[in-house]
Write a protein that binds this ligand. Sequence first.
Ligand SMILES: *[C@@H]1O[C@H](CO)[C@@H](O)[C@H](O)[C@H]1NC(C)=O
Ligand SMILES: *[C@@H]1O[C@H](CO)[C@@H](O)[C@H](O)[C@H]1NC(C)=O
Ligand SMILES: *[C@@H]1O[C@H](CO)[C@@H](O)[C@H](O)[C@H]1NC(C)=O
Length: 332
Amino acid sequence: MKLLVVLAAFIALCAGTAIPLMPGDNSHYVEGESRYIWMPDGEGVPHLVDLREPVDEDFLRTRNGTNNHYWLYTRLNPTNPQRIVHGNVHTIWSSNYNASRPLKVIAHGWNNNLNSNINPLLRDAFLNVSDANVIVLDWYHLAGGFYTSAVRGIPSVGYSLGMFLVWLIDTAGGNWDTVHLVGHSLGAHVVGNAGRAAGGRAARVTGLDPAGPLWGGNSNALNANDGVYVECIHTDGGLLGIHDPIGNANFYPNGGRNPQPGCWISTCSHSRAYQLFASTVVNNHLNGQMCDNIDQVQHNQCSGRTFPMGNGVLPKSGSGLFRLTTTSSYPY
Ligand SMILES: *[C@@H]1O[C@H](CO)[C@@H](O)[C@H](O)[C@H]1NC(C)=O
Ligand SMILES: *[C@@H]1O[C@H](CO)[C@@H](O)[C@H](O)[C@H]1NC(C)=O
Ligand SMILES: *[C@@H]1O[C@H](CO)[C@@H](O)[C@H](O)[C@H]1NC(C)=O
């Protein structure tokens, strides 16, 4: 009997269906095999996600990109957002949107919302260094559902964001050469789909540890054609993030995997991507060193040219794999 129980546990583990017990710790996780993974919400609190949860079709019938909310911040209203409603020109004219200024767009990940840590952090960083239009996408209505359902809804959320930006710029003016789309985790795939819907015109697309689970071989994932220049910052590769180089430029802080300096668990390493990025927007101080291949990234053997990771500079262009070392706390 005892042997049977041990055997059953062993089989469950092999099938990747064992429930991991330590919140935030994904050391059990095997890409494409494991059923469960811990994911952080907007405050970094880990939640257990079942990657085989059936997609909730009823939920998706009423929750899609048409429910996206767009909130504008500028230096005139750095903390009180103005809502811009797609199709309602009055909401543009009555806002502080200024077509002569750059446009930054921020997309959060699963189980996040307007007030999640990433949004004020990136918003403040951008407004600190440039008098820009910062638009925060709130897609909580869908991001708050099962992970599997949220993944299914990404193309719609991204498409609607792309169409909103096309409408905004066609209606009120703006310049695609100054558009920078930034997304974390599932939000990276959101901005990828948005960039694609806008015909790849956005000058920059930044994917911050683009979500990995259910995205391997997924044609809706962020890719190098989604903007003029697409970059990724990988911090929890192979667990919550994709480790493959899916952008033009692919940065691997500390090798791109968990644990990042100052982190013990995967959920912390996953969030580190936007913390590093926010710091580079203000300080532009982290330089990657080019690697010939992913093996060099892994073994810290990169010796090629240097290229700045992140920052808010436009235009930016370049491609390749870049590794760098960071410290464990701000400014990293
Ligand atoms: C999207 O959601 C809206 C509002 O909830 C709903 O009316 C519409 O039918 C949905 N569209 C699709 C294609 O499911
Ligand atoms: C819009 O931005 C431009 C460039 O920064 C500035 O010269 C102009 O005064 C701004 N317009 C308004 C209405 O603030
Ligand atoms: C930018 O941040 C620095 C350092 O925190 C601060 O001193 C400065 O006032 C900020 N500038 C703006 C325009 O917010």
